[in-house]
Design a protein around this ligand. Sequence first.
Ligand SMILES: [Zn+2]
Length: 190
Amino acid sequence: MTEALPAVRIVEHDGTYFARLAYSQEMPVEALLDAVFGRRFRFGIPPQGTAVAHIRVGEIECWKKQCRATTKIVTGIDVVFGPHTSSFSVPQLGEYPALFGEVLGRLPRDAKIGRLKKRFSNTQERAYVSNGCYRCDSIVGEFYEIDARYTEEAVGSFPIQITPAWKQAIEEEMENQLEWAVYSPSELGM
Ligand SMILES: [Zn+2]
């Protein structure tokens, strides 16, 4: 599919016709037509709407020998909009300061979650927005974040208003593999 030529595959199950779209979306043909006429069949990420962000938190042991505290870190922020789930790590979302600030304000209050802020990484020889140990504030390197995936759990969800910056971040996370997709009326504020 391209922007200029939206196309769908039609399949039949037991006498009912279904439209198969990109990103594994499938719906009865009537539902697709309703979306088309309702202007909810969109190419790429719509510039306005309401998505839902989910925050994941996991546990690791601080790598500092003098500390070794069990600390919680934010392992990911998943933004669900239409058929898309875009997952950002803390360092990734840190590259979009306005978006990061919005998420930071919605983090659950938990004293065992280390602060999220810019720290210098000797490994990467650069400063970036990182997780840290709640006790000693040492940077938790991106490599260590993988360990926390085994214990991670969703700790909170909140709506976000899609802005041009969110649209850009989501499209970049999708590596600009943009297609036509159907959004619900509530997601588009209709
Ligand atoms: Zn520590």
